[in-house]
Design a protein. Structure first.
Length: 278
C-alpha cells in the first residue's frame, strides 16, 4: 500500500509539474497572441492611413527639411553658424535611384487638409492648382536632365503635394523620407492657403510651392534675403535663380554630373553641405 501510494504520489507530482508547464506554455501562447494582435492592428491602421491619403507629419524617423515661418527663430539662426559674410544656400541631401531615369513623379491631392475639421472634403481651387503647376513648370524649365511628371494617383508618386487650411504658422512644410543609406526616396509637401489669418494670393502660393520644391530637390535654406530659399516668404524671391539651380546640381551631383560625363556612374551623397551664391 505504501509503495502503491508512493507511486501515486510520484505520479501526482509529475502531473502537477506538467500542469505547471502547460500553464506556463499557455500563458506564453496568450502573450504571443496578444503581441501578434497588436502588431496586426497597427499594420492595418498604417495601411488604412496610407490609402486614405493622410500621413503623419513627424515621427522619430522623419526629417523635416522645411519650416517656413514669417518670423525669426533660433533654429533658422543656428543653421547658418559659420557662414558669416557669405551668401549661401544649404545643401541637405540627394535623391537615390528614383532619379536614375531623370524623372520625378508627383501627385497633387484634390482635397484640402483641414486641421480644424477632420471630415473636411473641400476641393482644391483652380488658383492653388495653377500655382503649383507654374512652380513645377519653372523648375522644369531651369533644370537640364530632370523632369517632373504628374500622376493621377498617389500610388508610386515620388512627391505628394497637398494644400491645408487651419491655424497655420508655417507657409509650407516638406517632409523628405530617406532610405538606409540616407538618400531621399519620397517627399511630402504641404502648402498653407494662408497664415496668421491672412490668405495667400496666387503669386504667393506659387512662390511657396517653388520654395518647397527646392527642399524636395535637396536644398536647405538661404542665409540672405531676396533668394527663393530664404527662410521667410516675405524676404524671399518668387523666381528660381541660377544659384538655386547650381545648388540642385550640387545636391544631386551623382546624376547631373553623370549626364555631362564628368562623374562616375554610381549614386553618392553631396560632397558639400552648401553652395555660395556670388
Amino acid at each position: 500500500m505504501e509503495l502503491a501510494g508512493g507511486r501515486n504520489n510520484g505520479y501526482d507530482k509529475d502531473e502537477n509539474l506538467r500542469n505547471i508547464s502547460d500553464g506556463r506554455n499557455g500563458r506564453n501562447y496568450i502573450y504571443v497572441g496578444i503581441a501578434f494582435t497588436i502588431f496586426a492592428v497597427l499594420t492595418i491602421a498604417h495601411l488604412a492611413t496610407m490609402l486614405s491619403g493622410s500621413f503623419p507629419l513627424f515621427n522619430g524617423l522623419d526629417r523635416i527639411t522645411d519650416q517656413l515661418p514669417f518670423y525669426e527663430n533660433a533654429q533658422n539662426r543656428a543653421e547658418f553658424e559659420g557662414y558669416s559674410g557669405r551668401d549661401i544656400i544649404l545643401v541637405c541631401c540627394s535623391w537615390g535611384e528614383e532619379l536614375a531615369d531623370g524623372e520625378l513623379t508627383y501627385f497633387m491631392g484634390e482635397h484640402l487638409i483641414d486641421e480644424d475639421a477632420n471630415d473636411n472634403r473641400d476641393v482644391i481651387d483652380r488658383t492653388s492648382i495653377e500655382a503649383v503647376t507654374k512652380a513645377i513648370e519653372e523648375w522644369d524649365s531651369k533644370l537640364e536632365g530632370l523632369r517632373f511628371t504628374e500622376t493621377p494617383t498617389r500610388r508610386g508618386a515620388d512627391v505628394e503635394i497637398y494644400f491645408r487650411v487651419g491655424q497655420n504658422e508655417k507657409a509650407g512644410i516638406t517632409n523628405n523620407y530617406y532610405d538606409y543609406y540616407g538618400f531621399v526616396t519620397k517627399s511630402y509637401v504641404q502648402i498653407s492657403k494662408g497664415a496668421f489669418g491672412f490668405a495667400f494670393s496666387g503669386n504667393q502660393l506659387e512662390q511657396i510651392a517653388k520654395h518647397e520644391i527646392g527642399h524636395v530637390l535637396g536644398l536647405g535654406h538661404a542665409n540672405f534675403d531676396g533668394n527663393l530659399m530664404a527662410a521667410q516668404v516675405n524676404r524671399g524671391s518668387g523666381s528660381v535663380s541660377g544659384c538655386e539651380v547650381d545648388a540642385v546640381y550640387t545636391a544631386n551631383d551623382w546624376w547631373f554630373g553623370k549626364l555631362s560625363g564628368s562623374q562616375p556612374l554610381y549614386i553618392r551623397q553631396p560632397t558639400t553641405d552648401y553652395i555660395e551664391c556670388r
